[in-house]
Design a protein around this ligand. Sequence first.
Ligand SMILES: Nc1nc2c(ncn2[C@@H]2O[C@H](COP(=O)(O)OP(=O)(O)OP(=O)(O)O)[C@@H](O)[C@H]2O)c(=O)[nH]1
Ligand SMILES: [Mg+2]
Length: 649
Amino acid sequence: MGRGARVVLVGRPNVGKSVLFNQLTNSLGMVSNYPGTTVEVRTGESSNGSYQVLDTPGIFSMLPISAEEEVTLSILLERDYCLVVQVVEAKNLEKSLPFTIQLLEAGLPLILVVNMLDEGEKLGIRLNLEELERQLKVPVAGTVATGGKGLKKLKQVIEQELRKRGAGKDYLSPLVDYSPSVERSLKKIVFNMEGIYRFSKRSLGLMFLQGESRAEDLLKEGEGNNYRLLKEIREIECRDFSLLINSWRLHKVREMLKDVARVQEKESPWRHTLLNRITIHPLGGLPLLFLVLYVGLYKFVGVFGAGTLVDYLDGYIFQEWVIPHMKAVVEFLPLPGLSYLLVSPYGIFTLGLRYGLAIVLPVVSIFFLFLSLVEDSGYLPRLAMLLDRLFKMFGLNGRGVIPLVLGLGCGTMAVLSTRTLEGKREKFIAVFLLALGIPCSAQLGIILAMLAMNPAALVIWGISLLTVLGTTGYLMDKILPGEAAKFYMEIPPLRIPQPVSVIKKTLARIQWYMKEVIPLFIVVSLVMLVSSLTGLLGLLTEMVAPFLQAMGLPRHLTSVFMIGFFRRDYGAAGLYTLLQEGQLTVNQLLVGSLTLSLFLPCIAQFVMIIKEQGYAKGLVILILVILLAFLAGYLLNLLITGLPWSTGI
Ligand SMILES: Nc1nc2c(ncn2[C@@H]2O[C@H](COP(=O)(O)OP(=O)(O)OP(=O)(O)O)[C@@H](O)[C@H]2O)c(=O)[nH]1
Ligand SMILES: [Mg+2]
């Protein structure tokens, strides 16, 4: 078998591939109850170290539509592996087995895992997996991945199959005999193919007949001059091969399932049905959304996380304890410059660690907990359905809800998740809106906590942000060429989040934050320290001052904006400090919060934007976002000057 053996997990989105991956490799990968959680391939070593496992983004068929499906198809077509493990849901065999047929047609060494047997059982579905195994002629294992049921057996089967590798599996006779016209063209194509491929010629021929672009590219390369002949054969019949091929496969699957699945309809509990209806009906869904936002974001993240916890950690632990003690220690040490480095206004302790650990960490931790609960409940796909129509006005559709909500967690990850959107147009709009106006959790929490003292200001901030986002989205929809993609998303059942999974996920995210972000806090303090010592900060302040003045903001906010570019939440933490020191009026806080919410994406997000959208678009986004942020701040200042509240909070 050898450590180099590779096992690839594939299957439709949201069927439990990542849970299985975590179980097989003892790791802590992201698992959520919505389709499209995994958008990049992850590799891990099996728990006994004898093979590698690859977790892949969801894929529906060999004809990919979205970018994340393409990632998986590329793995199947190009990467070296020994075994494919297809994961399917017990309740959705009819939708999943056509892809099984495709994998078998491709001649790939396969194990089928029928997961979520528990949910199938609840719906009254009884499966005869031995019969399925007999029909498919490949091993079939049943599992409940979340509970670990069937895993021991699955591991054994994987090892068995890996041992067989190299024994030379004969190519199985075709599972489906297609319609005469398809078979006629297919035979001619296969007969004329000369190249050597990972997939069987029959399967590549079928993909070619359906016009799949990767298969076309492969054949173009592998067949050389012969490729023209293949195209001619395809064109002779002049039929919609896709429709024919899919309907014959479906017919075959239905025939198979007659002997495999028995369904005894069970009534789902009324509570479940009611909750399900409420979440997707506007009359119930919108109040529920406000409730989730109010309790989850405002009360839990804003008031508790950014208020109570930060007050304690920053106000008590850091301000009264850590920093004074640190100052005392530094005074003792005869090292020149140490006090600058550690405890001056831009010192590593006073700025870096204080912002990172005392202000931002408590807020992100609480937000990560909230996000994990929401993700695992299955609420997000329902929100996507509810907001689909509204999002269409902004050139997105319901699918855009998920990246935008994830953006509240971390904009960088959210940009990556825009891969699940279908068209380039949607992706660009979503990436733009994320860069422009989706504040990340810590920033949002701190802003909510600061404005919580003045509810009217909070409402104005919320309305202004939504207006800018809405108007920008609306204009982009009108200006950008192309049409909105259709909305299609499978809605998973509502599930009670499992405490272990929620805690694991929250901890994994906090761990990520500590690893990636805390070092950055220290770098930020050093950059700020050097800029202030060399006079660069002063120069920048002079340059930005007229703009800040036009927005009614004090000039020392320059440093807040500068810090905000490293990470948005640090910027908010800077604002928080100024507020504590009594240096801001309500108007200034409001305009500052709005401008900072709209201001540049942080560096990490910007790098990801360039990776996903290229330099040119990245630069356009950057420039437009800066302009829009300052313009919105300027307009808001004009509108609120003269409002009755006074100069303090
Ligand atoms: N009840 C039940 N839930 C499961 C089972 N396996 C996975 N889940 C849940 O199904 C959801 C999806 O699991 P994931 O592992 O993220 O699915 P995935 O196939 O990796 O999804 P994508 O990454 O979106 O393609 C999560 O909420 C899991 O907790 C199972 O056997 N039973
Ligand atoms: Mg996954």
